[in-house]
Design a protein around this ligand. Sequence first.
Ligand code: ATP
Ligand code: MG
Length: 425
Amino acid sequence: MSAITTLTGTRDILPAEIQYWQNIEEIARSILKKAAYREIRTPIFEQTSLFERGIGEATDVVGKEMYTFKDKGDRSITLRPEGTAGVVRAFIQNSLEAQGGLQRLWYAGPMFRYERPQQGRMRQFHQIGVEVLGTADPRADVEVIAIACDILQAIGLKNLRLDINSVGNKQDRQNYRQALIDYFTPYKSELDADSQDRLTRNPLRILDSKNQRTQEIVAGAPSILEYLGDESRSHFEEVQQMLANLGITYQLNPRLVRGLDYYTYTAFEIISDDLGAQATVCGGGRYDGLVKELGGPDTAAVGWAMGVERLIILLQKLQPLPVPELDFYLVSRGKKAEQQSILLAQKLRSAGFSVEIDLSGSAFGKQFKRADRSGAVACLVLGDAEAENETVQLKWLASGEQSAIAQSELLAMTDELQQRIMAAY
Ligand code: ATP
Ligand code: MG
């Protein structure tokens, strides 16, 4: 029988790679905590209509990429393609606005899009994201951007750039939309098929087209910055001023409109020059219209999402795989020694050490080889003699220095051991 394998566009994240994931998650968690963001976990599947309304039917995500199916109760269900819609639904359903003040939320988890898999583009991928709900203050836009930059920097990524734009408010976009229709209509037959379709439905999205001829035409299109009203203009200026004050460099990109319908005012992307085609590691912006669109109270909001797979591709180029830390590798041979090994390991673990027990029962020589490969700082050896008088051989693997010590004494000198192990890492 042939073995069953993963579906196209999905993959296993094996222990050899997991250290990257855990480092990223830990860094993000600690930076978000310092900024008073709280984690939210929403379901991985939702009613299809949540995404249709929340993301917009004219987008690629809803139009082409959703994993939608009927469940046994004939309900239309979709695996979440992104995090914002679910978080906003949760905000409305649980009346989080009634808790007063604004909500600073973050999430992390898998997302699903039916896309053509390639480097940095998977059908199941992972995002870390933030949403700040309940304020139109441009400081919130700057706060989320600064946090994204902090996380990416703390992870150790380099060669990133920040593109920002303003997509204005509803009125500005309506004016701009008409200007785009007027501009693109004479070129209609030259646009790619998707863009022709978007010409009347969502002409802003033509700016997003990856088609080369369309991009040439886009180059001459009017800029949204010329269509911003006073309010949008001053919001955008404040954002830029504050970014400059923080020393965050950015470049204006008037073609940056993002794929989703609900964005207002600030839109931004953080892009890597080391990623090839799938270069955007983080995308976000303000979406003041969404909460109301989904049936909630009029609530201004801003957020971003970063793609973890793309961060890991970058990290793998930059940093050797971090080695997992291990304090002790415990070797034993002989019935009594083997039995004691479990007890000694448990006692060391409750004293705060990490301990790997060799369970092979093989000759000492083989166990010592594995101890060397384990990356442990020290090896503990229990043989018949040690088991008999409740001692243990303690061998520091880097120097080879070895001594016999009573097990009780070993457990009593935890501070000293701790210090010596820390020094070894
Ligand atoms: P792209 O232009 O790359 O398709 P997008 O505009 O669809 O991106 P968003 O919906 O803004 O992306 O998602 C935010 C981030 O999530 C992206 O910048 C990217 O890092 C990551 N991402 C999106 N889709 C995928 C995918 N299929 N596989 C891996 N990462 C993804
Ligand atoms: Mg996409």
